[in-house]
Design a protein around this ligand. Structure first.
Ligand code: HEC
Ligand code: HEC
Ligand code: HEC
Ligand code: HEC
Ligand code: HEC
Ligand code: HEC
Ligand code: HEC
Ligand code: HEC
Length: 262
């Protein structure tokens, strides 16, 4: 391969203006342009032939023989991908085609590289970079079943807890993972004390009335499991006796949740 590449490169140079069209990528270039094969990635121990050896072109490669045989169990691999519509048939003898599917989702050689930011932040540097896929996704067949509560200790809404400013119940705090992710869809935290100018600590809307989901009942369009905090509704409590045709907040009449602020 080196000899042929060298010869072709030489031909090109001799031929004049064209840059060499066949070159051997350095390991770093291979990582940047095709697939990482150096540490700290998982593929620094693999030889060129492990991926390319079965083919007569470097454009083809085999991920499946190793992952569903030599270095991994096909059943476990299939289970980790249950529900992925593009996951290939591992029994397909055409390894180039099935491996191309792996590469579509894992072109950086990691599982974390799957674009997860649109769902929940788990990238390096985030609080949840330490979490394994299976700790949040406790049901391999349905990734909407979450395991947030398995990791975070049970937090009753007591004075000492992280949720002390919140009432427990349907529109408030509940120890279920679907509720965690509804209030923390970006892993964001909005302290009760920082909910200004609309105060959740003054007498009108504190305690029992500081139920986040009573005022924010809608779901986000981009994350259908998360509460849409950009919109607020007051009608759940204020039935409209005073000004039935007005939205209490949208008109900017009660920006801090008091009548004094008018
Ligand atoms: C873990 C698997 C793996 C290993 C190991 C590996 N490669 Fe690759 N290689 C790939 C993948 C994936 C591509 C992308 C192919 C594509 O996009 O067509 C690639 C692309 C290439 C290409 C560019 C092919 C083209 O598109 O023209 C060359 C050349 C190449 N590899 C050479 C090597 C050499 C030499 C080694 C050993 C030093 C090596 N590879 C090791 C997976 C691997
Ligand atoms: C449609 C995108 C997609 C395709 C195609 C795909 N993967 Fe994945 N892969 C994922 C996702 C998402 C996960 C995380 C699964 C989980 O643990 O919930 C993952 C996880 C993995 C893991 C870590 C498994 C574990 O036990 O945590 C490996 C290894 C892997 N994939 C290899 C492969 C191989 C090899 C192929 C090709 C046969 C492949 N993937 C095809 C998306 C894909
Ligand atoms: C010669 C064996 C071998 C080949 C070929 C191979 N891998 Fe791997 N791969 C491994 C090993 C070993 C690991 C590390 C242990 C593990 O996580 O399963 C790994 C890990 C992974 C992971 C999980 C990394 C993580 O973040 O945990 C993914 C995804 C993956 N490989 C995808 C691929 C893809 C895509 C190809 C083909 C381009 C490929 N592998 C080719 C052996 C191989
Ligand atoms: C800290 C928790 C957490 C971790 C860790 C995590 N996820 Fe997720 N993931 C989520 C949340 C939350 C959603 C959105 C669930 C929903 O749509 O209801 C999600 C959604 C997904 C989806 C889309 C599910 C669907 O049906 O639309 C995929 C695929 C996925 N995750 C793969 C992965 C992979 C691969 C890993 C490991 C690399 C991983 N997740 C690790 C929390 C996590
Ligand atoms: C593997 C265990 C684990 C799982 C599973 C997990 N977390 Fe976390 N979470 C952590 C760790 C560690 C931190 C960092 C702060 C700490 O030390 O308490 C954290 C922090 C947080 C924070 C505080 C803000 C931040 O980003 O630091 C929120 C909110 C949160 N997690 C929500 C969730 C939600 C929602 C889920 C489910 C989708 C979830 N967690 C699943 C371990 C986990
Ligand atoms: C009704 C909305 C709501 C629900 C449901 C909810 N939280 Fe929270 N969470 C909050 C608010 C608001 C705070 C900030 C409290 C304060 O300090 O004012 C918070 C604080 C936290 C913190 C502390 C973050 C820090 O850095 O101080 C963690 C961790 C956390 N929540 C995780 C969870 C988990 C895990 C669940 C599910 C068991 C959950 N939350 C359910 C609204 C909610
Ligand atoms: C009594 C009603 C009420 C309650 C209870 C309430 N909010 Fe709000 N919230 C509002 C109003 C009003 C706004 C301003 C909305 C606007 O700008 O249109 C707001 C704004 C927000 C915003 C800023 C949204 C943005 O995009 O600018 C966040 C985040 C938020 N609330 C989170 C919470 C959380 C978390 C809780 C529970 C601790 C909570 N809210 C409880 C009424 C409430
Ligand atoms: C969870 C129930 C609840 C929700 C939702 C709610 N409020 Fe209130 N609100 C109260 C209670 C309780 C009081 C005090 C008793 C009263 O005046 O009815 C109050 C009082 C008020 C007052 C009168 C304060 C005063 O100083 O006299 C205003 C103004 C007000 N709310 C505005 C709003 C606005 C704006 C929203 C929507 C963003 C809202 N409230 C949503 C429960 C709620």
């Amino acid at each position: 391969v080196f000899a042929v590449a060298g010869a072709l490169a030489a031909c090109d140079v001799v031929g004049g203006s064209k840059a060499p069209s066949v070159t051997m990528p350095s390991l770093a270039e291979h990582g940047a342009r095709y697939f990482p094969i150096t540490a700290p990635g998982s593929h620094d121990q693999q030889s060129c032939d492990d991926c390319h050896g079965a083919f007569d072109t470097f454009r083809k490669f085999d991920c499946v023989t190793c992952h569903a045989g030599t270095a991994g169990d096909a059943t476990a691999l299939a289970a980790a991908h249950a529900g992925e519509p593009d996951f290939p048939d591992l029994a397909d003898p055409d390894r180039a085609t099935s491996s191309g599917r792996c590469y579509l989702c894992h072109s950086d050689g990691t599982a974390a590289g799957v674009d997860h930011a649109t769902r929940f932040p788990i990238a390096a540097g985030s609080s949840h970079a330490v979490a394994r896929c299976s700790q949040c996704h406790v049901d391999a067949a349905n990734r909407k079943v979450l395991g947030c509560a398995g990791c975070h200790p049970h937090e009753q809404a007591t004075a000492a807890s992280q949720h002390s400013g919140l009432v427990s119940g349907v529109e408030g705090y509940e120890f279920t993972s679907a509720k965690c992710v509804r209030c923390h869809a970006d892993s964001q935290v909005t302290p009760v004390a920082a909910h200004l100018p609309f105060s959740l600590t003054s007498r009108n809307h504190d305690g029992q009335d500081a139920r986040c989901l009573k005022c924010h009942p809608d779901f986000r369009a981009d994350k259908p499991f998360g509460a849409d905090f950009a919109t607020a509704s007051c009608r759940g409590c204020h039935a409209g006796a005073h000004h039935p045709s007005q939205s209490c907040y949208a008109a900017g009449c009660h920006p801090d949740g008091t009548a004094q602020g008018d």
